[in-house]
Write a protein that binds this ligand. Structure first.
Ligand code: C2E
Ligand code: MG
Ligand code: MG
Length: 744
């Protein structure tokens, strides 16, 4: 600016001098006057300018920001040059655009305050700006959006009149917005986890989990940090083995992409164990090492409790209150699989109370049941972590014990049990010297699955059956000495030949009309001396040999013949139910056999019903469904017998083409006093109804039970209240008594 002024002044003076010289040349007479007037004017002007400069420069600062402004104008970052008194403020293009300032005419002070987000500009605020204490500011930009800038201010130039500062901005708006989005996202994730009640655990160092707020709430944690070992310690002892083997599987498996899922009990807020579904996954890094392990916990306690209600009936032995055979098979198989994974080993011991029938015969069934219960509790003393005691059947029990390499453990345990038994029998059953025998095998080495191992232990037990109190270890060579048909088998074979098998019939009642709607044919072996043998005593033996086929053939033909005969005799038409054993049911020519029996006797298929147990149907579900469909094609009815004692999964109702569901006696026995049993029964009835499946309750012994079931919507009833299984002549009398009039 200064230079431009000098050039302009020089130019004007030179022009004036040339004019003066031209005038003096053309008017020589006046040249002296013209020159002196020009010099006088120049001198006066010089004096005026000098005086003016002196006066004005005393108060006014002349600021030259041109060098710096040229440099910063087009830089991509927001920059500002300004003086302490705000007399000069220069903003580069980037900052002007942001503030929406286009003209040079703007309020300097207000703009500076807006830019730095300050209320006053004084030495104090300026030094704070220089020390970056007021570095970050936010203001609304020209588009109305909030802009975040961190300013770095430094003193650029200083003289006695002013200080010139240079402020460079770092625009944080995008980062801030990302942070806000992330915070919102986190909030959203937390909210959705809270709503869905899912907790997340995550670790990258295998030492500590990062626990989401939902996990903290679930497990009652004080912070979001949870040691990996600390978490393991919260898992229920019985579920730890499952958790460990899953983690082990993660290490050894190559299939990392799978999300896996297990169900565990974990100690939760308030110190109580709750059930969780734990879904987890691991991610490997480029070195094939575990980089990230994460899991989601969902509280499934309520679902488990509901399942447990049904399971309780399906998996708990009624007499002793300990696990039954179903439970043993389930837990046993899980343990078997863990053995392979973790390189563990377990003993499977099968125990049989010697001459138990003596307790029943001499002391009565109540005492017998008491004995079984005492024995079951006695066994519990020996169950360690992850072990199990179960009642397999009658007087047979099983123990699963962890094998720590001590080969003597099974026999030592059985000896102690025998000692305890002696004390027990001395107290309660003085006249009987009670002992038990045992057979045992080792898992997983003694079989291809748990059932194999169990059967081998049972096999070892059988092989020592002759000697009371014996303990026998399974050895593969034992199979060489298998004894052929037992005496009972032989006797049963003779009984079939000699027509000693008979059918008894138990009435089934329509609960709303009280009329008889069907009968169940139950086989009886009536010996020549008149003794009646119940099917439980010989059907299982017949099932393990070819004899069952002959029994079933007899039952099928006799039941059809009898029903047809009643129809011919003029009794109202009723449904005849028969029971099938597994080996009968899975025969390929089953449909032909049933068809032949119907054709031979002339009975219409709709009056025949086949009862199948869940366990039987689930042995090979696909084949079972195809067999059932074939029977349905004939028009034969299908009932699911003993519902509630097997797997009891209502989902099977979807796949099995059954027409009737028989609620097991165990539900009914408790229905009057046990709310849970009632809840289960009414839920099952409702679900069956929705699937158009009729329901019948077995084992009704009093009117109160009948009333409860009727009000729960159950269609039919069977039990001693209406009549015990009876021979044909007796049931005919029954038909006559109840034809027309309602049964109780
Ligand atoms: P199931 O098919 O569940 O038959 C019902 C059993 O419960 C019958 O025992 C019956 O007498 C008994 N029962 C009925 N109502 C009551 C009651 O109110 N209270 C009590 N305490 N018990 C009641 P049963 O006749 O001894 O038959 C036992 C099982 O033997 C049958 O159970 C069935 O699985 C099997 N079974 C019977 N007959 C045959 C047959 O012909 N073939 C095959 N494969 N199995 C049969
Ligand atoms: Mg039955
Ligand atoms: Mg039954």
């Amino acid at each position: 600016m200064k230079h431009k002024n000098i050039i302009a002044v020089t130019f004007i003076l030179s022009a004036a001098a040339i004019i003066v010289m031209v005038l003096a040349h053309f008017m020589p007479d006046y040249a002296a006057i013209i020159l002196s007037a020009f010099l006088g004017t120049v001198t006066l002007l010089s004096v005026c300018v000098a005086t003016f400069n002196i006066i004005f420069n005393r108060n006014k600062t002349t600021i030259d920001t041109s060098e710096i402004s040229d440099i910063i104008e087009n830089l991509n970052t927001e920059m500002l040059v300004w003086t302490n008194d705000c007399s000069a403020v220069f903003m580069n293009k980037s900052l002007r655009r942001l503030l929406g300032i286009e003209s040079v005419d703007f309020d300097h002070k207000e703009t500076i305050k807006r830019i730095f987000g300050i209320d006053t500009i004084d030495n104090n605020t300026i030094s704070k700006l220089i020390r970056s204490e007021l570095g970050e500011s936010s203001f609304t930009n020209a588009d109305g959006e909030t802009t975040y800038i961190v300013w770095s201010t430094s003193l650029f130039k200083q003289n006695k009149n002013y200080s010139l500062y240079l402020s460079t901005g770092f625009n944080l708006t995008e980062i801030k917005n990302m942070q806000i989005n992330l915070a919102n996202m986190n909030k959203q994730i937390n909210l959705s986890m809270e709503i869905s009640e899912i907790g997340i655990l995550m670790t990258s160092d295998r030492l500590n989990f990062h626990a989401s707020s939902e996990i903290q709430r679930m497990l009652g944690l004080d912070s979001g940090r949870l040691g990996v070992n600390e978490f393991r310690n919260l898992i229920h002892t019985n579920d730890k083995i499952q958790y460990d083997s899953c983690l082990k599987m993660l290490e050894t498996d190559n299939n990392w992409s799978d999300v896996r899922s297990i169900e565990l009990r974990i100690k939760s807020a308030g110190g109580i164990y709750r059930w969780y579904s734990f879904r987890f996954k691991a991610i490997k890094d480029s070195n094939d090492e575990l980089a990230l392990f994460g899991g989601a916990l969902l509280d499934i306690t309520e679902r488990r409790e509901k399942d447990m209600l049904i399971e309780r009936l399906a998996y708990i032995d009624e007499v002793t209150g300990i696990a039954n055979r179903n439970k043993l098979l389930q837990i046993g198989q899980e343990t078997y699989e863990c053995c392979h994974l973790l390189d563990f080993s377990y003993w499977v011991i099968v125990l049989d109370i010697d001459r138990f029938h003596l307790v029943n015969d001499t002391c009565g069934y109540d005492k017998g049941n008491q004995m079984l219960e005492d024995f079951a509790h006695l066994l519990y003393k020996y169950v360690g972590n992850g072990g199990l005691a179960a009642r397999i059947s009658g007087d047979n029990f099983a123990l699963i014990l962890r094998d720590y390499g001590d080969d003597e453990l099974p026999s030592r345990t059985v000896l102690s049990i025998q000692e305890d038994m002696t004390k027990l029998s001395a107290l309660e059953f003085a006249s009987i010297n009670l002992t038990c025998s045992a057979g045992y095998s080792r898992m997983p080495s003694d079989g291809n699955c748990f059932l194999d191992v169990l059967e081998h232990a049972e096999f070892a037990l059988k092989s020592c059956n002759q000697y009371q109190g014996n303990i026998s270890c399974y050895e593969p060579s034992m199979h060489d000495s298998i004894i052929g048909d037992t005496e009972l088998e032989k006797a049963l074979g003779n009984a079939i030949d000699n027509n000693e098998l008979h059918l008894f019939y138990q009435p089934k009642i329509n609960l709303s009309t009280g009329k008889i709607m069907g009968v169940e044919a139950l086989v009886r072996w009536i010996k020549p001396d008149g003794t009646i043998v119940r099917p439980d005593a010989f059907v299982p033996i017949a099932e393990s040999s070819h004899l069952i086929g002959r029994i079933s053939e007899f039952v099928l033909n006799e039941a059809c013949r009898q029903n047809m005969m009643w129809q011919r005799m003029g009794y109202p038409n009723i449904v005849m139910s028969i029971n099938f054993a597994s080996s009968d049911f899975y025969q390929k020519d089953l449909k032909d056999k049933v068809f032949e029996a119907l054709a031979r006797t002339g009975l219409a298929a709709e009056w025949l019903e086949v009862e199948l147990t869940e366990t039987l149907a689930l042995r090979d579900i696909d084949f079972a469904v195809s067999q059932m469909n074939k029977l349905r094609e004939l028009g034969v009815q299908l009932a699911m017998d003993d519902f509630g004692t097997g797997y009891s999964s209502l989902s099977y109702l979807q796949v099995l083409p059954i027409t009737l569901l028989k609620l097991d006696r165990s539900f009914i026995t408790n229905i009057e006093h046990d709310n849970i049993a009632y809840e289960i029964v009414s839920a099952v009835i409702k679900i069956a109804k929705s699937k158009k499946i009729e329901t019948i309750a077995e084992g009704i012994e009093n009117t109160n039970q009948a009333d409860i079931l009727r009000s729960a919507g159950c269609d039919f009833a069977q039990g001693y209240l209406y009549g015990k299984p009876m021979p044909p002549e007796q049931i005919q009398q029954y038909f006559e008594e109840y034809s027309g009039s309602a049964a109780k």
